[in-house]
Design a protein around this ligand. Sequence first.
Ligand SMILES: Nc1ncnc2c1ncn2[C@@H]1O[C@H](COP(=O)(O)OP(=O)(O)OP(=O)(O)O)[C@@H](O)[C@H]1O
Length: 254
Amino acid sequence: MGDDFIVETKNLTKEFKGFVAVSDVNLRVRRHTIHALIGPNGAGKTTCFNLITKFLQPSRGQILLNGRDITKTEPAAIARLGMVRSFQISAVFGHLTALENVRVALQRKQGNSMHFWQSDRSLDSLNERAEQLLADVGMLEYRDTAAGELSYGRKRALEIATTLALEPEMLLLDEPMAGMGSEDVARTAQLIRRVSASRTVLMVEHNLSVVADLSDTITVLKLGKVLAEGPYGEISQNPEVIEAYMGHGVGSHA
Ligand SMILES: Nc1ncnc2c1ncn2[C@@H]1O[C@H](COP(=O)(O)OP(=O)(O)OP(=O)(O)O)[C@@H](O)[C@H]1O
């Protein structure tokens, strides 16, 4: 793999009233890879994620997206630059069907230009694109099901489809497996692998076997600092990582 980084942070630091939650983090996310942020509770994963997606403003440091400094960029502008965050809590409209949910996302992407939507042809092509996105996440058979009636895992798949409607170059997933049963976890892992084919994925995830299975690179945070970075086989052998996870699984994964 070449050294082509889509996201880089330089000395990224966040202090909350003097408490340093994220401390001088230099993260480099290689294009077209799956990169996971892990670490024990309170390690600073969520804060780091919120900084990168601009939900929080850093106290110090820099964030680069495709080499461009986005440290001061408004969160709303980030999606237009190709970086889209998918939420842990499903953001789909329960009373709309799966297809309608994806259509809404596509319309939002198109900017809702009235004259565009008046033609039947454009509506047809919108439906086609929405169906394609549902197929991409393995949800075509649920196209006419109200989102509120879908299982939690399928809601998440639908939510990923609405995120993909924005054509992100980079997808940020906040604990994609949270609250899922094992069947949904397996399906979602497959989905993440599939959508990562032409994109870059950065995820915060607690499920270590999923992280081990999916990630090209793993960054381990502890007390706001990077403790280790590398593929699972490497970090899981790192004594400091094992100690940080004492009794919680790193190193014991087959
Ligand atoms: N808004 C805030 N104000 C004060 N302290 C905060 C704030 N947000 C996070 N922290 C602190 O920063 C540290 C890192 O928190 P963070 O949520 O980023 O960790 P995490 O690795 O995501 O943990 P978890 O796995 O438990 O979600 C914690 O000690 C937390 O209490």
